[in-house]
Design a protein around this ligand. Structure first.
Ligand code: PEP
Length: 247
């Protein structure tokens, strides 16, 4: 626990039908009443549940996020969702460049940057994910990989949030250590200071990768950490709120 404000973001990924999503959102909204002001909560359901979840969150302090958006404002893009469409549903945040999209949808740093610009123009706060593979870490290329992702995925006047998510830690049950998180996120702040035209302290950097209620307090006590991005543990209100209470 500290006096800083932490962003606690839940990424539901491709999980949730109507009934379960509503139940989960309501439980988070209700439980959030007992979470102190040190935690700012955001949940990111799949597109199909955004409208219903927005209603369930009305009057609560939990904010709504999406998991992706298209880089164009509108047009011939079958199956895609624009940033304005998200704003229209009271969405305030959007996760961009998640490693699952970089891997499975071949999203490049350049595409991620185009999406970031579109999101910011529409008034959304982008949460831009970067992270190294196990192989890149083993070969000693972590900082170089992340530096490249940061400098190519973020516009010079970036005003959103970054999430450091080592790919080997996502869904693996093996979170990065406090030392690894501290060193890497401190380095990312340096890279932001060097490559962007913004004060590096103005960019909050979250950690993501197998965060649970058990290790949240130690991660959130790292001064360089601005919050956490939570996948698996955000599908249980109990676990997600447990993480928020550690802020
Ligand atoms: C994620 O994919 O953003 C994530 C952090 O997942 P998990 O918490 O399940 O590792």
């Amino acid at each position: 626990a500290s006096s800083r404000r932490h962003l606690i973001v839940g990424n539901w990924k491709m999980n949730g039908l109507s009934a379960g999503s509503l139940e989960l959102a309501k439980a988070v909204a209700e439980g959030a009443r007992d979470v102190g002001p040190a935690a700012r909560l955001v949940i990111c359901p799949p597109f199909t549940q955004l409208a219903a979840v927005a209603k369930a969150l009305e009057g609560s302090k939990v904010q709504l996020g999406a998991q992706d958006c298209h880089q164009s404002p509108s047009g011939a893009h079958t199956g895609d969702i624009s940033a304005d469409m998200l704003v229209d549903l009271d969405v305030g945040f959007v996760i961009l460049g998640h490693s699952e999209r970089r891997q499975h949808h071949h999203e490049t740093d350049g595409l991620v940057q185009a999406k970031v610009k579109a999101a910011e123009k529409a008034g959304l706060t982008p949460i831009v994910c970067v992270g190294e593979t196990a192989q890149q870490r083993d070969e000693g290329h972590t900082l170089e990989t992340l530096g490249e992702q940061i400098s190519k995925s973020l516009p010079k006047d970036f005003s959103g949030v970054v999430a450091y998510e080592p790919i080997w830690a996502i869904g693996s049950g093996r979170s990065a250590s406090v030392k690894e998180i501290d060193e890497t996120i401190s380095h990312l702040h340096d890279v932001i200071g060097r490559h962007l035209d913004v004060d590096d302290k103005s960019v909050s950097i979250l950690y993501g990768g197998s965060v649970t209620a058990r290790d949240a307090a130690s991660i959130l006590s790292i001064p360089a950490v601005g919050g956490v991005l939570v996948g698996g543990a955000s599908l249980s209100a109990e676990s997600f709120l447990g993480i928020a209470r550690a802020a």
